[in-house]
Write a protein that binds this ligand. Structure first.
Ligand SMILES: Cc1ncc(COP(=O)(O)O)c(C=O)c1O
Length: 399
């Protein structure tokens, strides 16, 4: 704060909360802004489906608007949506969550993450997180007064987080492990045995596990293991899921948290005072997605898989070695052969060849040396982007 209160208005920085000053704006947004000012750009940047929401889902929401369903819903979310979700989780994972006390409908997984972290952290508590990871994880922890403790993951280990590395970071301040598989930005999927080892660490040290499974439906020739299904883990796992990716519903803003009664009640308190309820129209759409969205989802997954194979082969062929992603819709090639930082690579590629990718450094220190290429875009665009990238790499490749 300025010594003279009259000068305070000149230094807005002094009004701002230290916690907010501690975090940086998302590295992804900066690229969107640059991209928005250019023409003819092929974007492999944005992490969202290029498909419109399946029409039968949108139609249900339109009908609900015509009928005047435009009010708030229960804080927890519409009873019918919670019941459908409870059924879905039982059918898919054999997990029984009580729709009235263990399921909370949120404004995307984004809100569910924030609520979870705020509901469990006291100042100084530590949360163990893989690096690289989704941009929100460490910022949400810092905003809640906690400390993110990053655990490096490496391409040579398929970007899987190791239980031994997690355990080495456990202190008496550790509250939780926050993981998200299938992973953004790497596309990594964790096999059952490795998740079981993490469950063992959580059990022995009495840690909560926050499992962000927003990409659960997007796996290719492998099984997605839901963390809460591991023996004894349901009680200690806060399971986050959503509709944005599986049903191409990013703009509807619906997600959920499944957790034990106590954690769920704490999250609901924050939710009711800050958000009140998730968008009503989105909740109606989500009911339809759960009831009959599976076929549309399967079609989209099939198409992502086709694109995945093209982009991974293409990147490897042009000299950007790419680990084979088994989930989500991202390829994460190494750009180390160009000698550029990931930020330089992304910026020059955008300016010189009009292809947008996201620098790996936006996802943590271990993302340096990589870029994220989202393949939720048409095959024609992917092929054109690859041909532009080939020229770019040929120009700059050092080895
Ligand atoms: C890993 C991960 N978690 C959560 C989110 C947030 O999703 P939403 O708030 O749309 O449900 C995203 C979005 O890209 C993500 O990649």
């Amino acid at each position: 704060m300025s010594a003279n209160p009259k000068d305070r208005h000149k230094k807005y920085h002094s009004y701002l909360a230290k916690r907010v000053n501690q975090i940086s704006p998302s590295g992804i947004r900066r690229f969107f802004d640059l991209l928005a000012s250019m023409e003819g750009v092929i974007s492999l940047g944005v992490g969202e489906p290029d498909f419109a929401t399946p029409w039968h889902i949108t139609e249900k929401a339109i009908e609900s608007l015509e009928k005047g369903y435009t009010m708030y819903t229960s804080n927890l979310g519409m009873p019918e949506l919670r019941q459908e979700l409870s059924r879905y989780l039982k059918d898919n994972y054999k997990l029984a969550y009580d729709p009235d006390s263990e399921l909370l409908i949120t404004v995307g997984v984004s809100e569910a993450l924030d609520l979870t972290i705020r509901a469990i952290l006291n100042p100084g508590d530590e949360v163990i997180i893989p690096d690289p990871c989704y941009v929100s994880y460490s910022s949400c922890v810092i905003l809640a007064g906690g400390t993110p403790i990053m655990v490096p993951t490496k391409q040579k280990n398929n970007f899987e987080i190791s239980a031994a590395d997690i355990e080495a970071k456990v202190t008496n301040k550790t509250k939780a492990i926050l993981i998200g598989y299938p992973a953004n930005p790497t596309g990594a999927v964790m096999p059952r045995d490795k998740l079981a080892q993490i469950a063992d660490v959580a059990r022995r040290h009495q840690l909560l596990v926050i499992s962000d499974e927003i990409y659960a439906r997007l796996v290719y020739n492998v099984e997605h293991i839901c963390f809460a299904t591991l023996p004894g883990m349901k009680e200690n796992t806060i399971f986050l899921g959503g509709f944005s990716k599986a049903y191409a519903m990013t703009g509807w803003r619906i997600g959920y948290a499944a957790a034990n009664k106590e954690v769920s009640a704490s999250m609901t308190k924050i939710h009711q005072y800050t958000v009140m309820s998730a968008p009503t129209m989105g909740q109606v759409a989500a009911i339809e997605a759960l009831k009959s969205g599976e076929d549309s989802s399967a079609e989209m997954v099939e198409e992502y898989n086709r694109r995945r194979m093209v982009i991974v082969k293409g990147l490897n062929d042009i000299g950007l070695p790419c680990f084979e992603p088994r989930g989500a819709f991202y390829a994460f090639p190494s750009i180390k052969s160009t000698g550029m930082t990931s930020e330089e690579f992304a910026e020059r590629l955008l300016i010189e060849e009009k292809v947008a990718v996201v620098p790996g450094s936006a996802f943590g220190q271990c993302g340096e040396g990589y870029v994220r290429c989202c393949y939720a875009t048409s095959l024609a665009d992917i092929e054109e982007a690859l041909s532009r990238m080939k020229q770019f790499v040929a120009k700059y490749r050092k080895v």
